[in-house]
Design a protein around this ligand. Structure first.
Ligand code: NAD
Length: 301
């Protein structure tokens, strides 16, 4: 049994912490949201009153926070000054490569081990313990990182040294943002052409239009039962989070001198959808923009 401090119990962290508790670890959970903390306790975690309390005597610390500035602040202010010497830190949030490298440099200088380990697989994967982890860490630390990640993962791949996990994640999410938009445009066009969208799904999912956005996360309600499209696009991966990742990709591309015109288009379209009121909805709700329904109607039930 490992004593794990788990900080950030939102849409993703909640399910991930629950899987660590289910695996028999002592999970000391903390979130600024009392509701999120209560949910984690109901799933077998122990409530901590603060991040400082959670990390004291913990063998490992896992963070799942919204963005780079949250991660920098929590590591500098709460985790580093209070953690046990030699503890293993794994940050699973999606953040900019520079923040990941800066945190890694600070904590390794202080004698801790660190991995940036962002994930793919959405809230369904977080709950089921089937996430894909892309890890940036020292080669010598990877076995320990992989073992700790085990109860939350289907796949764990070392991308390279510190920051490489985040680099892989923003490239992956640039593909995801662009394929979701292409999939939504196609559904909106199919509808306009009088083609039954469910029939289009059946055909495209067995043809070259197939992608994760279509067959695992279908934006049209119906074909994929677990997809947020079947719950009025509530929960899932918020448009605001997708926009954050696309901005990270564009910033990284500008710095690296890489041409990413489709990524730039995807960022612009998600920024527009966010401004039209879609920021809190799952990112597949951008379908409504192409159907001419944005801002999207409020939940009717
Ligand atoms: P979320 O907003 O649901 O959860 C974040 C949680 O962090 C919230 O509960 C918030 O209260 C908590 N928090 C913020 N600051 C804190 C602090 N200082 N101390 C303690 N708790 C704090 O977000 P999410 O959807 O769970 O996403 C988390 C991260 O995972 C993001 O970086 C996101 O990009 C990434 N991600 C999300 C998905 C997805 O499908 N939702 C998929 C892959 C990666």
């Amino acid at each position: 049994m490992t004593r794990i401090a788990f900080i950030g119990l939102g849409n993703m962290g909640g399910g991930m912490a629950a899987n660590q508790a289910r695996a028999g670890h002592e999970v000391r959970a903390f979130d600024l949201s009392a509701a999120a903390l209560e949910k984690a306790v109901a799933a077998g975690c122990l409530a901590s009153g603060s991040a400082v309390e959670a990390v004291r005597d913990a063998d490992a610390v896992i963070t799942m926070l919204p963005a780079g500035h949250h991660v920098r602040a929590v590591y500098a202010g709460e985790i580093m000054p209070n953690a046990k010497p030699g503890a293993l830190f794994i940050d699973c949030s999606t953040i900019d490569v520079e923040s990941a490298r800066a945190v890694a440099a600070d904590v390794t200088r202080a004698g801790f081990r660190f991995a940036d380990a962002p994930v793919s697989g959405g809230t369904t994967g977080a709950e089921a313990g089937t996430l894909a982890f892309m890890v940036g860490c020292a080669e010598a630390d990877f076995a320990a990182v992989e073992a700790l990640i085990g109860p939350m993962a289907r796949t764990t791949i070392r991308a390279g040294d510190h920051g490489a996990g985040q680099a892989a994640k923003i490239c992956n999410n640039m593909v995801l943002g662009a394929t979701m938009i292409a999939t939504c445009e196609a559904f909106a066009l199919a509808e306009k052409l009088g083609l039954d969208p469910e029939r289009f799904f059946e055909i495209a999912s067995k043809s070259s239009g197939q992608s994760w956005s279509l067959t695992s996360y279908c934006p049209w309600p119906g074909p994929v039962l677990a997809a947020p499209s079947n719950r009025n696009y509530e929960g899932g991966f918020a448009t605001a989070m997708m926009l954050k990742d696309l901005k990270l990709a564009q910033e990284a591309a500008a710095r690296a001198g890489a041409a990413t015109p489709l990524g730039a288009q995807a960022e612009g379209l998600y920024a527009l959808f966010d401004r039209l009121g879609g920021g809190g909805k799952d990112f597949s709700a951008i379908l409504e923009l192409f159907r001419g329904n944005a801002p999207i109607p409020a939940k009717t039930t």
